[in-house]
Design a protein around this ligand. Structure first.
Ligand SMILES: [Zn+2]
Length: 66
């Protein structure tokens, strides 16, 4: 995920700003880490450079279906 994306990304639940926690990054983008919404106390994972901004409920439903 390119860090520029932080400017347009917002929490899907409250549309508030997200905090980036990068665990692994290369010179261009964040490879692994999380995006955290302080208002909702929810963190969204970034895996293989892809931020997963699905709300937690949707993510759990996906898991049950699969
Ligand atoms: Zn939020």
């Amino acid at each position: 995920m390119k860090k520029d994306l932080m400017e347009i990304l917002a929490c899907p639940l409250c549309k508030g700003p997200l905090q980036l926690n990068a665990e692994e990054e290369d010179e261009k983008e964040v490879v692994k880490g999380s995006l955290y919404c302080a208002s909702c106390s929810v963190s969204y994972p970034i895996e293989d450079t892809i931020p997963n901004l699905l709300p937690p409920e949707v993510r759990n439903q996906d898991r049950e279906v699969a």
